[in-house]
Design a protein around this ligand. Structure first.
Ligand code: S3P
Ligand code: PEP
Length: 428
């Protein structure tokens, strides 16, 4: 599908973005490993989360009413999953894959995991290495770094204290899920804080988990109990709409029910540093996750530097922050973000290339990019998504302020994380 974007201003309205992708994945996973029913409201029906649902169904879990309304997961208990009779195809989803590799290592059955062209090129040794140290057995190309990967299963896992070289919630969560199957206490120490949804949800489901600064510890062999999970709106999806409201003229948008977990809300910090007119109202807490409505108004943004420990707190928002930077006065520097090179595509290279196509001057760094703004976005060209949902949506938002309409090729990937994106923009 090709997405045509016309320039537009005066975005006005009150909207809800779809459910949080990270929390939706974890609700299915922990709901499946728990005893009893888990009821999920606000589940994200994006392709990635549907990959998680399909995988757990292949492992014998009964899941009813898959959708936003009221989804019921009939948990099997920690040791109740069954051997899949086919390969688990996890599509485009890095989160599903990395978390499941940890969990599958603790099962007493054999499984094979694969994914689409993008996923088969993404590094998995970051989880298969530490989980192997726990006794997990993986076979795959490049020393079990690249999918397809076989998980031999049937191993007794040992606990581990792991000093992670990368601030990655997927690495941390994979080890914690393997740790559920190990005797004793498994610890992960991160170089900087990454999103903590796994820790929060494990605790909510009854696991014995402690967090001490950058160290998370989980005790193996817990009894998890099915729960009711209300999924907040995804701040990563909301970020596209926030930036749309900030860079277009005469806009005022209220985004309802946005998850504002501090380990996810780096985009708010960055945009506030850029003088964005953002207001958080109705702040509240649901299932141990902070939530608020976000009011966004057109703003003259100022340049900033986004770096260091802030990066993991806004890692998926960097493509859209690059678009915001094109409209900010002065030089915006985004650095320490080399992780972007191993996402669905190399997001640094993709954004540099496509923004240049749109007439923007950008300096590429090994670990990020630099943009001196404000600059005009010319448009009038066909952009590529590289099959990356966040690149596609970032370019679509840039198109709102372009001089000429632009097209984004292969934009169906937007459904990975934000079904209804186009309609929501049309409604504003
Ligand atoms: O754990 C998660 O739900 C995610 C963690 C992040 O990846 P990394 O752990 O690789 O940084 C993020 O980019 C991804 O969209 C979702
Ligand atoms: C990187 C992302 O997801 P994943 O790693 O789960 O594919 C993302 O959604 O931006």
């Amino acid at each position: 599908m090709e997405l045509k974007v016309e320039p537009k201003s005066k975005l006005q309205g009150q909207v809800k973005v779809p459910g949080d992708k990270s929390i939706s994945h974890r609700a299915v996973m922990l709901g499946s490993l728990a005893e009893g029913q888990t009821e999920v409201k606000g589940f994200l029906t994006g392709e990635d989360c549907l990959s998680t649902v399909r995988a757990f169904e292949q492992l014998g879990v009964k899941i009813e009413g898959v959708g936003e309304e009221r989804m019921i997961i009939h948990g099997c208990g920690l040791n109740g999953l069954t051997e899949p009779d086919n390969v688990l195809d996890l599509g485009n989803s890095g989160t599903t894959t990395r978390l499941m590799l940890g969990m599958l290592a603790g099962q007493d059955f054999y499984s094979v995991v694969t994914g689409d062209d993008s996923l088969r090129g993404r590094p998995m040794a970051r989880v298969t290495d530490p989980v192997s140290q726990m006794g997990g057995q993986f076979k795959g190309r490049d020393d079990a770094n690249l999918l397809p990967i076989t998980v031999v299963g049937g191993q007794n896992l040992k606990s581990l204290t792991y000093q992670s070289p990368v601030a990655s919630a997927q690495v941390k969560s994979s080890i914690l899920l393997a740790g559920l199957y190990a005797k004793g206490v498994t610890k992960v120490v991160e170089p900087a804080k990454s999103r903590d949804h796994t820790e929060r949800m494990l605790e909510y489901f009854g696991a014995d988990i402690t967090v001490d600064g950058l160290t998370v510890s989980v005790t193996g062999k817990p009894k998890l109990k099915g729960k009711k999970v209300i999924v907040p709106g995804d701040i990563s999806s909301a970020a596209f709409i926030m930036v749309a409201g900030l860079i277009t003229d005469d806009s005022r948008i209220v985004l309802e029910n946005v998850g504002l977990n501090p380990t996810r809300a780096g985009v708010i910090t960055a945009l506030e540093k850029m003088d964005a007119n953002l207001e958080l109202i109705n702040e509240r807490e649901v299932n141990g996750e902070p939530i608020a409505d976000v009011v966004v108004k057109s703003s003259q943004l100022q340049a900033t530097t986004i770096e260091g420990d802030l990066i993991p707190l806004l890692i998926d928002e960097i493509p859209i922050l690059a678009v915001a930077a094109t409209q900010a006065e002065g030089k915006t520097i985004i650095k320490d973000a080399e992780e972007l090179r191993v996402k669905e595509t190399d997001r640094i290279a993709a954004m540099v290339k496509e923004l240049r196509k749109l007439g923007v001057e950008v300096t590429e760094r090994k670990d990020g990019l630099e943009i001196v703004g404000p600059q005009e976005i010319k448009g009038g060209v066909n952009c590529l998504s590289y099959h990356d949902h966040r690149v596609a949506m970032s370019l679509a938002i840039a198109g709102l302020i372009a001089e000429q309409p632009l097209k984004i090729e292969e934009a169906d990937c937007i459904n990975i994380s934000f079904p209804g994106f186009k309609q929501l923009l049309t409604d504003l």
